[in-house]
Structures are given as C-alpha cells and as structure tokens.
Design a protein around this ligand. Structure first.
Ligand code: PMP
Ligand code: GLN
Length: 401
C-alpha cells in the first residue's frame, strides 16, 4: 500500500463479516482531502489542495446562472450537450489545429477525473500493462489497478525532471495497452518538451498502444512554453485521448466538467464506461463551459500570465523564508525542497507541523510516489489571492526565522 496516502487509518471491517473491495479499501483517504480537513480544523491558510480562491470568470458564471433558469434541466444527452461538444471541437482546432468531428470524437465527462476513469475502465483489459510517469496524480493508480491494469512506473526526479529514454523504453512491452501522460504535470509542474513527446510517440507507435493524455492544465504553461498535445504528433491522432478540465481552465474546480477528444474507435468504448459511471453532467454547467471555451485569446493569455505572476510571488517569498523552490513550468503548484530547514521528520510530518504550528498547509509530495519516493519535498498551490500568498509566506518566515 502506498504509505503516503494512508494518512488516516485504513477502513476496518467488523470481525467475521465479508470485506468490501480489498484493493480500494487498502487506500487511505486522498491526501488532498486529508490536508484540507486538517487546514479547516486548524484554520490554517490552505495551500495544499489545488483550487483557486477567487470567484472565477464573471461572464462564465453569468452564463451558468442564465442556463439554470432556461430549461431543460433534465438529463442532457449522454455524451454531452451539443453546444459543449461543438465548442470542444472548435477549441481543439483553434489551439492545436486538430480537425475533430464533434459527433463521433468528443465527450463531456464529470470532471477530468471521471473522464480518466472512463478511459481506464473502457480501454484496459485485466492483465494489460499501463505505463505511468511517477510522481503522478493520485487517482491514476487505484483506478487502473481496479480496472485490472498492471502499472509500469517510470520515475522522474527533481530538480530537472528529465525523462530517461532507457527507463521509459524498459517500461514498454508487448503487453502495454497504454501510457498515461500528464502535461503540464501535477505535481512536478513539468511541461514535457517536444523531444520527450516525440520519444513517447515513437514508443506508442512501436508498441502499438494508446496514450491517455491528462491535459487538465493545458492553459497553464508558463514563460511562453507551448502546451503540445501528444495527439498532434505524427501517428498519434488515432492513438490518443485528450482530456481537458473546465475546473482548471475557468478556475472553477467545484464544477467538475471535463471533456475528451478521441478517435471514434477509442471514444466508443470510453463512452460505454461513462454511461454506467455517471451517464451525464449538469446541463447548465455544460452550457456555461461551452460559452467559456469560446472566450477570446485575452482570456486564455491572462489566465496563464496571472498564474505565472502568482508562481513568481510565492517562489520569491518562499526563497526568502529559506525554502528551496524547484523550477515550475506550469500548473498551480510549486514543488519545494525542505531539506535545508533543519526539520526533524519527513514531508508528511512537515506538512502537519506547518499546519498546526505555522498556520499554513501544503501537501507532502511522497503521496504522488510509491514507497520509495523522496521524503524532502512538499507542494504549495499558488492559485490564491496575492494577499493570501503573502500572508502564508509571512507565517512561514516567522515560524522558521
Ligand atoms: N488531472 C490532474 C493532473 C489534476 O491535477 C486534477 C485535479 N484537478 C484532475 C485531473 C481532476 O480534474 P477535475 O477536477 O476536472 O476532475
Ligand atoms: N487536483 C487537485 C490537486 O492536485 C486536487 C483535486 C482533488 O482534491 N481531488 O491538488
């Protein structure tokens, strides 16, 4: 069991009664929930779980509210409302030059999370191997394993996060069904380079497999970096699923609206899983997201530049407070080295300590690795008001100063 996500006690069964599913029961509550609960309990500034603390874009909110009073509010079509599916296809053309047939190649999901689950349940046969790049987002492993997949991990390490070609190749075999690629990557905040993407595409072609691309942070690549969907590389159009998240693109994480683009032969089995998982997603939110995806370039540019400025603000502040931030190329997150702070304990203990003693919460990075991951890094979310970031830095500086 991954030690780091077992932050609270395992479920226990009554003596003599049949256990529920043992695989899922063996995982603790996710680190995001655990740390957010702790932050609420101790009234600390929560830079742990990744969510912005502003209202979100007013025009998109207004559209959702208008749509709520403009029925139908009944079950929308299973694959999503046509407006949003058309908007996804138009978005993919506008940003990435992809020609997408909205009727056979797009699907709306209840957040990127459900989209990922639908991909794993829809594509993996028990015994299939699945290549994952570690550290990785916490929902991948449990769902892949529940779907019968056998994870093959490739580890990337701070501070440079380079992808070792030999290690990557060694993870592939004739049994590989798919690779999961998350770029920009949570928690490493890495934007995969063109060369790395080409290397991955080469292996996907050579081993005749698929790629599930978690692109939740597609509009949060910084310093002029381009987000490159793997789907745009030669031979990849037929082999990739691309997943976006309105939560991240519109700073409305509670909405849980995701969208998938995939060739028809992949979308069909994914939709089969989706129909039994959630079937559909709130119609007013879908219509508002369709409106949002059609916003002008200024919206998308400002999203990235605002978040980049927040990254810089937190990074400068934490450096002054004695922390060692690792380069951050995208997402909401700053990966920080705590080894110079003289703390006697690991990353989990450190995150608990700063929550209770300094009044600031972060997430221990070992939660994104298996047992042997580094124990000296934590992750801060910078998608917060400037004054909140400043207050967090002040508290940490006072505590460690
Ligand atoms: N993938 C990654 C890498 C994430 O960080 C998150 C968290 N938002 C998700 C997927 C889930 O996105 P959603 O909230 O749209 O389900
Ligand atoms: N993606 C968010 C993060 O990495 C958390 C989402 C969740 O809590 N499930 O912090």
């Amino acid at each position: 069991m991954r030690r780091a996500i077992a932050l609270i006690a395992r479920l226990r069964y009554r003596e003599g009664m049949k256990p529920a599913n043992t695989l899922l029961s063996s995982f603790g509550t996710t680190v995001f929930e655990v740390m957010s609960r702790l932050a609420i309990e101790h009234k600390s500034i929560n830079l742990g779980q990744g969510f912005p603390d502003d209202r979100g874009p007013d025009p998109v909110l207004a559209e959702a509210s208008k749509a709520l009073y403009d029925p139908p509010n009944q079950y929308p079509p299973m694959l999503g409302v046509p407006e949003l599916r058309q908007a996804v296809a138009a978005h993919d053309k506008r940003f990435y030059g992809l020609d997408v047939d909205w009727q056979t190649e797009t699907m709306v999901s209840t957040g990127a999370t459900e989209g990922l689950a639908a991909c794993f349940f829809g594509l993996i046969e028990p015994g299939d191997e699945v290549v994952l790049i570690e550290p990785c987002y916490d929902c991948y492993l449990p769902i892949i394993r529940r779907a019968g997949g056998i994870p093959k991990m490739v580890t990337i390490r701070p501070p440079d996060w380079s992808l070792d070609p030999a290690a990557l190749r060694a993870a592939f075999s004739d049994k590989t069904k798919l690779i999961v690629l998350n770029t920009p990557q949570n928690p490493a905040s890495k934007v995969f380079t063109q060369a790395e993407m080409e290397m991955i595409a080469g292996l996907v072609r050579e081993f005749d497999c698929y790629a599930v691309c978690d692109e939740a942070y597609e509009h949060l690549a910084f310093d002029g970096r381009a987000h490159i969907p793997l789907m745009t590389l030669p031979g990849m159009r037929e082999r990739c699923v691309r997943i976006g998240s309105a939560g991240k693109t519109f700073s409305l994480t509670g909405w849980k609206v995701g969208y998938l683009t995939a060739p028809p032969h992949l979308l069909a089995p994914i939709a089969k899983a989706h129909q039994f998982l959630v079937f559909t997603t709130a119609p007013n939110l879908q219509r508002a997201v369709a409106f949002g995806l059609a916003q002008g370039d200024d919206y998308f540019d400002e999203l990235a530049s605002t978040m980049q400025a927040k990254r810089d603000r937190l990074s400068r502040g934490l450096s002054r407070a004695g922390f060692g931030p690792v380069a951050c190329e995208g997402t909401y997150f700053l990966f920080v080295d705590i080894s110079e702070l003289g703390f006697d304990g690991d990353d989990e203990a450190f995150c608990r300590h700063i929550t209770t003693e300094a009044g600031v919460t972060a997430v221990p990075v070992s939660a994104f690795y298996r047992e042997d991951g580094p124990r000296n890094y934590i992750r801060f979310c910078f998608a917060k008001q400037d004054e909140v970031l400043d207050a967090a830095v002040d508290k940490l500086a006072r505590h460690f100063g």
